[in-house]
Design a protein around this ligand. Sequence first.
Ligand code: PHE
Length: 339
Amino acid sequence: MNLSLDNIIKQAEYAFESAKDSTGLENAKAHFLGKNGVFASLLKGISNVRLEDRRGYGSSINSAKKKVDFLLSRHRERLLNKELELRCSSEEIDVTLPGRGLVSGSVHPIMRSWERIEKIFRSIGFDVIDGPELETDWNNFTALNSPLGHPARSMQDTFYLDLKDKNDLQLLLRTHTSPMQVRYSRTNKPPIKIISPGKTYRVDSDSTHSPMFHQVEGLWIDRNVSFSDLKGVYTSFLKCFFENDDLKIRFRPSFFPFTEPSAEIDMMFTTGSNRGKWLEISGSGQVHPNVIRNFGLNPEDYMGFAFGSGLERLTMLRYGINDLRCFYENDLRFLRQIR
Ligand code: PHE
């Protein structure tokens, strides 16, 4: 009996030694120690052993099994080391190679305009304020002199939410940055001199319109801010923004419910490939007395101007881009050209 156990141990050792890799080793293990392996069948045979010999039989099998287990773990380690060595030599790293370098990202063209605009207006005393894209119907339309059912609302069809705010006001994605006029003026005292850049939304999509786009709102309210102040401020802004003193600028009569009089601001380059064409750049006007009232101010005491300009439009003109969708396609070949 002991003789044959010794033999089994030798056989196992030989099998483990000959295993070339861990798969081979695990197969050999199954042969000896597995559920239907050599030791399992030896233990099954215990029922044929005389009762008084069973204890001795069992314990000698177990101690032989322990030896085989031990051999197995030694060979596992051997193979693991061998595999590691193999990997190390085949995956050798040349630490003397130069690095690949990191590609540095850049600011998105729209953000570049945004930052430039903030800088220019700050330099002439405007504060920059930020506001929510989820707006109440009241701030977006009603307070701006477009009550429910007003035809001007359909000029700016938008995305309504199935939600109301805490005062039970209908919520929507703001269609312009003009609600920031209301938010700011109801909580701050004149003089009010702010710009508010941000995202806006409309049901609109083609090469010059995107359902999400950017505007910058401007508002200056004080005792005596007139249309000529609007002309002065906006003209010098455009000259700064385009770094071009030879721009032509015109104020074309227009209509907005929240300004009176209202004007579309057009500009024209007099040099470069885009020269000679009038381009619409912004809505503007003197804030309507009803809106001043909704600010909580008396229109007999306060007046001023507002404008709302498209950041995409300004950016397209500055860099000569003709399709607005380029801004949102994340094509690095496009983005890399504007750094
Ligand atoms: N909010 C207007 C628009 O989006 C632009 C505008 C702003 C016009 C302020 C006048 C005054 O079309």
